[in-house]
Design a protein around this ligand. Structure first.
Ligand SMILES: [Zn+2]
Length: 235
């Protein structure tokens, strides 16, 4: 094998490795893609990030904000544009209390069937809804259902977004009982993890009760809850 072929193989292998592995050191993966995609982020401390998707919701978001305030915790909310438009007060309150906001599209479409223009429109409309409701420019994007393809990567680069996935899925969206969520999180969480939850779930959301269960346990263990930008060292 010539040196050139060997180098091509090594480049291809690093692309595969960086695509499937957790992003602990983005600089090492510069060959793979210019898009920064994070499922978690190893750091020297005990930092972890709570994230809430699909809101704002006129009641559930407030309930979660109150719990976070009780424990002095900041979190990241990946909002849906149409919900920002419908519930601007809940959205503004989230910002007023010092939390971070990310773009989660305007109407939460299934991106598997979406083309470039559809996704661009979804990102644009969510940004517009955010800027109409508050003086805020998101720096993070979370594609619905964690869908990643070349359009998601290209548009994230164009908008200068970091793409934020997760590695701890509480499955609160599936109405998992709160005690099961507490057990799953406390059994599995590690420094640098990104925890997925939701502040817009149909009836009987387990999210608030689960938070009351696992937050004090993790604080007792020395974990520090930070917003995603702080976790990944970009603010
Ligand atoms: Zn979602």
């Amino acid at each position: 094998m010539t040196l050139r072929k060997t180098l091509l193989w090594l480049t291809a292998l690093s692309v595969i490795f960086c695509t499937v592995s957790n992003y602990s050191k983005p600089a090492d993966c510069a060959v793979a893609t210019k898009t920064d995609i994070y499922k978690n982020y190893q750091n020297s401390g005990n930092k972890i990030a709570l994230t809430f998707d699909d809101g704002p919701h006129p009641r559930q978001t407030h309930e979660i904000l109150d719990i976070l305030d009780e424990y002095g915790i900041k979190a990241t909310f990946f909002v849906i544009g149409v919900n920002v438009k419908n519930y601007p007060e809940a959205f503004q309150e989230t910002i007023r209390r010092g939390h971070e906001i990310g773009n989660h599209t305007y109407s939460h479409p299934h991106l598997s069937g979406a083309d470039y223009n559809t996704l661009k429109n979804e990102i644009d409309k969510c940004e517009s809804a955010i800027s109409l409701a508050a003086d805020y420019k998101p720096k993070l994007f979370r594609p619905p259902e964690g869908w990643i393809d070349s359009d998601v990567k290209t548009l994230s680069e164009q908008y200068d977004y970091k793409v934020i996935l997760w590695n701890i899925d509480t499955k609160d969206w599936a109405h998992t009982p709160s005690d099961k969520i507490v057990k799953y999180v406390t059994d599995n969480v590690k420094p640098g993890d990104i925890i997925l939850m939701h502040d817009y779930i149909g009836k009987n959301s387990p999210t608030a009760e689960a938070l009351r269960g696992f937050i004090p346990v993790l604080l007792e263990r020395g974990y520090q809850f930070v917003v995603v930008s702080e976790l990944i060292g970009s603010n």
